[in-house]
Design a protein around this ligand. Structure first.
Ligand SMILES: [Zn+2]
Length: 119
């Protein structure tokens, strides 16, 4: 009778340990997933920042190339492609897949994705 009671209790204990282990595992998995998500968003943020920095550097180069062109030819170029081979070897690609917009009225270059030298 006593032995039977002990066996029954042992089964309960094993079940409880099993449940604890299971919940511990799923909790761990949840945490790993969360960390992965955080890492991914951190990577995305870092890449975005890198795009921003390299776009700003391009905007600076283009701005200077426009000014050099104007100093040399006396007027702003009609399009950015006129700068190529004159005041810049090649118009750089927008790093995040956007485009460089150019206003021939005031010589200002901007990024279609909103990157700017001001921020
Ligand atoms: Zn940009």
């Amino acid at each position: 009778m006593f032995k039977h009671f002990l066996q029954k209790k042992l089964i309960y204990i094993v079940i409880i340990i099993f449940i604890l282990l299971l919940s511990g595992c799923s909790l761990n998995n949840g945490q790993t997933e969360k960390t992965e998500n955080e890492t991914n968003s951190l990577i995305k943020k870092t890449l975005k920042k890198a795009d921003n920095v390299s776009c700003k550097s391009n905007l600076n180069q283009l701005k200077m190339a426009v000014e050099v062109y104007r100093a040399e030819y006396g007027n702003y170029p009609n399009s950015l492609s006129e700068l190529e081979g004159r005041s810049i070897p090649k118009i750089p690609d927008e790093p995040a897949g956007g485009q460089y917009l150019y206003n021939s009225q005031n010589g200002l270059v901007s990024c279609s994705l909103g990157h700017s030298l001001d921020n």
